[in-house]
Design a protein around this ligand. Structure first.
Ligand code: HEC
Length: 162
């Protein structure tokens, strides 16, 4: 994120510099009251604004947005739906401290490694609803409920072991 900020700041400063040079040229032209030179300078200013806005801001923003969409749009060749991506967020908030799941960058060690277990959606859902206490640890019930529980279960069963 710092890199992005620096990148934008760089273009901002460069763009403002170019703009101020172009505008000071425009003012000199105005003082000499040569209409054609003034119009020319204004055209140059406009051109710089277009180039600056087009390449300095629009292009990087488009690329960054595109990269982000790609990064969250799929995992290791598995296409993630919108619901899956919400499940991924929720998993990070509610499950990652206890479970390992590569697709969510989760490395928790309290509960079983879900990449190894590869639970079907129904098992994830009932476990979320009922909680679990059989082995050494305890998993609380209802960490997420309703649609959110569905999304998490969908996400886990889609990506586990991938
Ligand atoms: C506080 C730690 C903790 C949290 C948070 C947690 N779990 Fe668990 N989970 C466990 C433990 C411990 C077990 C195994 C229980 C046992 O074997 O006694 C488990 C087991 C499971 C199982 C396997 C069930 C089975 O029958 O084998 C699934 C699936 C699961 N958790 C999914 C999730 C999901 C999804 C979330 C987030 C909504 C979550 N867990 C949050 C600790 C946790």
């Amino acid at each position: 994120m710092l890199g992005v900020a620096l990148f934008i700041a760089f273009w901002l400063i460069l763009g403002l510099g170019v703009l101020s040079i172009a505008m000071s040229g425009g003012l000199r032209g105005a003082r000499k009251s040569r209409p054609s030179a003034r119009a020319g300078n204004r055209a140059v200013t406009a051109l710089f604004v277009v180039i600056y806005a087009g390449f300095g801001l629009a292009l990087p923003i488009t690329l960054l947005a595109g990269n982000h969409a790609n990064a969250s749009g799929q995992f290791d060749g598995v296409k993630l739906t919108k619901a899956d991506n919400e499940g991924r967020e929720l998993f990070g908030q509610h499950c990652a401290i206890c479970h390992t799941l590569a697709a969510a960058n989760a490395v928790g060690k309290v509960g079983p490694n879900l990449d190894i277990l590869q639970p079907p959606k129904s098992l994830v859902l009932t476990t979320i609803q009922n909680g679990l206490q059989i082995g050494s640890g305890t998993m609380p019930a209802d960490l997420v409920v309703g649609k959110q529980a569905e999304d998490v279960a969908d996400f886990v069963s889609t990506v586990a072991g991938k």
